[in-house]
Design a protein. Structure first.
Length: 251
């Protein structure tokens, strides 16, 4: 099989997943965007968290041209990205009970804020505990996960629950268990994961919904512009000055 044919198959698989999300998750995306708009309107702060490759989608909505300036990254040392050595340490830390509670205690999160938690499987202790503890603090939680994992895998949290069980809004990425979208008889393992493509698209659709909801209320959305267009840096400096008390990535 030619490489071009496989590339076409991957694009088709990703497009099919995006269409499913568009058609089946509209209500949840609207609810998530409205929740973020409500939080901004009421003076709350916005945070996003993802472990491992799920962190890519979280980082994509933080300090992003065309994105909401108020979205902050909630970091957990050793699990945000694959820069930690060995890379397997991040996966191990996701399974450590109690870590999320310590992180939240040391974070700026407070009642009235909103937290987006991204976990493809939603089964590990870290995202489950983070969602549970955040809600106990009075934080609204939006979970982005593949609901299929909750029916085909076992939870790694002592409660036996999943991320989806502790959220105010759940966004189902529709990703199949194992993530990979392609398979060949000549290749022993499935390959070509699409979760990053789909999850990033979901979050950007939520951000767009939130911006529109704010505009509908007569509130100018606190959006960032590209620093590579004339006037972009000046625009962003003004936004950060106005909302500095709710932006943590510039401190």
């Amino acid at each position: 099989m030619s490489d071009g044919k496989l590339a076409d198959q991957f694009f088709d698989a990703a497009i099919d997943l995006l269409r499913r999300v568009r058609d089946e998750e509209t209500e949840s995306i609207t609810a998530a965007g409205t929740l973020l708009a409500d939080t901004v309107t009421e003076g709350g702060r916005l945070f996003a968290f993802g472990a491992g490759h799920s962190s890519l989608a979280a980082q994509d909505v933080v300090y992003r041209a065309g994105g909401l300036a108020l979205m902050n990254l909630l970091t957990v040392p050793g699990v945000v990205g694959v820069d930690v050595l060995p890379a397997t340490l991040g996966s191990a830390l996701e399974r450590v009970d109690g870590l999320a509670s310590v992180v939240l205690e040391c974070s700026p999160l407070r009642a009235g804020d909103a937290l987006v938690i991204i976990s493809l499987s939603g089964r590990n202790a870290l995202p489950v505990e983070m969602a549970m503890k955040a809600r106990e603090l009075g934080v609204k939680v939006i979970g982005v996960t593949s609901v299929a994992y909750a029916t085909r895998t076992s939870s790694r949290h002592v409660s036996g629950t999943y991320l989806r069980d502790h959220c105010d809004v759940v966004l189902d990425s529709k990703i199949a268990v194992g993530d990979a979208t392609l398979a060949l008889d000549s290749v022993p393992a499935p390959f070509a994961p699409a979760s990053t493509v789909v999850t990033s698209a979901i979050l950007q659709s939520v951000m767009a919904t939130a911006a529109g909801a704010l505009a509908d209320r007569g509130i100018e959305p606190p959006l960032l512009r590209s620093g590579n267009v004339d006037g972009g840096h000046e625009w962003n400096a003004q936004v950060m000055k106005e909302y500095g008390d709710r932006i943590f990535y510039q401190q």
